[in-house]
Design a protein around this ligand. Structure first.
Ligand SMILES: Nc1ncnc2c1ncn2[C@@H]1O[C@H](COP(=O)(O)OP(=O)(O)OP(=O)(O)O)[C@@H](O)[C@H]1O
Ligand SMILES: [Mg+2]
Length: 241
């Protein structure tokens, strides 16, 4: 499905209303997010920008149902997650959300194939279908000839592409990425970004990711700028047409 077709009239994948997040450190309270409204729609390609400490990771953790807000509402696919129990939240994370990390976070003792297969095993996907989907995901990221390699036998750019394959293999409703290009040189960073764009355009994969890099930020179709835990601006229509 194209990104355009994926958007349409379906409810937002993530909807945050008046969300605040405080962290308590001893007697001090850090207001990491204040009164944030955010919508992520199916097919979006949204980048979170903002200086260090502005709340990007905190916001991604809330969107990924890894953490819960101090105040406000977080809906996932229309479901009020503040009312969900821990079992339901972990089910949503397992089945509906893909994560890409700055440090790649591949399992070192597993082959590339096994790393990408792992989320499908957790999801109870049958073996023959797993093989097909893992092969498909790895060839999509240009690693179709690296199945047996361990992560340590891959370059940084290849590791991040493998992590992208792992994030998209279960066809999640949302892929979250916290500074996915921060540990890559500019050529590999551009390749990873190009791959994310292609998955968005061709397969309708919905991305919400953060970056410090002005070139990466410029590619976001929607740019949400955070400052001191608040949404400073939302720019639509940037990036490619
Ligand atoms: N677990 C925590 N305990 C206490 N304070 C925290 C915690 N996590 C984050 N913070 C604080 O919340 C604020 C937002 O942090 P966050 O990690 O979301 O920023 P960021 O925009 O991702 O920054 P960076 O670009 O450096 O990754 C910061 O002031 C940070 O110090
Ligand atoms: Mg961060």
């Amino acid at each position: 499905m194209s990104a355009e077709a994926a958007r349409g009239s379906r409810p937002p994948v993530v909807e945050m209303r008046a969300v605040s997040k405080d962290y308590r450190l001893g007697k001090a309270t850090v207001a990491a997010l204040r009164d944030v409204d955010l919508e992520v729609r199916p097919g979006d390609f949204t980048v979170l920008a903002g200086p260090s400490g502005s709340g990007k990771t905190t916001l991604l953790n809330l969107a990924g149902l890894i953490d819960e807000p101090t105040d406000g509402a977080v809906r996932f696919d229309g479901e009020d997650t503040v009312r969900c129990g821990a079992g339901r939240l972990s089910g949503l994370r397992r089945d509906r959300i893909g994560f890409i990390f700055q440090m790649f976070n591949l399992v070192p003792v597993l082959s590339l194939f096994e790393n990408v297969e792992y989320p499908l095993i957790l999801a109870g996907c049958p073996r023959a279908e797993r093989r097909r989907r893992v092969r498909d995901a790895l060839s999509k990221v240009g690693l179709g000839d690296r199945f047996r390699h361990r992560p340590s036998e891959l370059s940084g750019g290849e590791r991040q592409r493998a992590a992208i394959a792992r994030a998209v293999v279960k066809a999640p409703a949302l892929v979250l990425a916290d500074e996915p290009t921060a540990n890559l040189d500019s050529a590999n960073g551009a390749a990873v970004l190009g791959l994310m764009e292609r998955l968005n355009r061709e397969d309708g994969v919905t991305f919400l990711f953060s970056s410090h890099d002005p070139r990466i930020i410029a590619a976001g179709r929607r740019v949400v700028r955070l400052r001191d835990g608040r949404v400073e601006s939302v720019e639509d229509g940037g990036g490619r047409p």
